[in-house]
Ligand binder design. Sequence first.
Ligand SMILES: [Ca+2]
Ligand SMILES: [Ca+2]
Ligand SMILES: [Ca+2]
Ligand SMILES: [Zn+2]
Length: 314
Amino acid sequence: MRRKLVALATLCALGLALILTRTTLNQVRADNALNASAPTATANAPGKGRDRCGTRDLDETTAASYQNSVNAFTKSRGQGRGPGTVTIPVFFHVVNKGAGIENGDVPLSMLQAQVKVLNQSYSGATGGANTAFRFVLAGVDRTTNVDWFNAGPDTDAEREMKTALHTGDAKVLNFYTNNAGGFLLGWATFPFWYAGDPLMDGVVCLYSSLPGGNCCDGVPYNEGDTGTHEVGHWLGLYHTFQGGCAAIYNDFVDDTPLERSPAFGCPAGRDTCPKPGLDPIENFMDYSNDPCMHVFTAGQSTRADAYSAFYRGL
Ligand SMILES: [Ca+2]
Ligand SMILES: [Ca+2]
Ligand SMILES: [Ca+2]
Ligand SMILES: [Zn+2]
């Protein structure tokens, strides 16, 4: 069984690497390779060989065209929305391989704790911007299905799982918990993908990344910030290292300094791009560990507000 899982994870990884020429995953693996020679490699690398995020990357031209559309929308719209003015219903789909937390059947208390973490993160209670967004637990369903439990991004199993379980419209956050392909902490879909493939909309997080979970071999990815990070994508945010040190194409947010590659662990003082500003390692959209990441910036708050209003009608 274990060998089968490893083979499956390898196949998924290979498939992704072949399909995508400029993937986030490749950047992560490159960074891991660099870390491997550093003395702190074990402390900084994701636990159990997991990559933090499998959200599909997009090319420069496509990202720029979305940005142009949102810029036009923002111009005609005027002022963005104030703190706490948008409440998002969260519908959890707990996908497990059997009974008990060790099989992914996480208890309601962990789902409630995850919603609490989202509210703290998005309200600035952990130190960042007080965004427009608040979250409320709207429903939970539970499914036992080994294939869906192990589903990774862009797989047939993901499509089957989401087609069967997805609920609501573009304004409802479908939050799946499963084994995240066996090699990830999570992945998400962007707001601008909703219209073309509504049933695939939502975030998927490793069940043990929820607050109090037993993820990941002692590396602290179990404070619920995988959820915070993936919901950031769902609202329209890119990784802080998107585009590397490129001045034009990056995360399209002015107050997050450029960053060449993802940060792991909590490398204080890291500065990988020559432009002013230290790497935003404390940002929820980087890859640092959960205790390290604790802020969204005002620019990210504005961007998430605009993208979610334009593409989700939130
Ligand atoms: Ca930036
Ligand atoms: Ca810099
Ligand atoms: Ca944190
Ligand atoms: Zn991500």
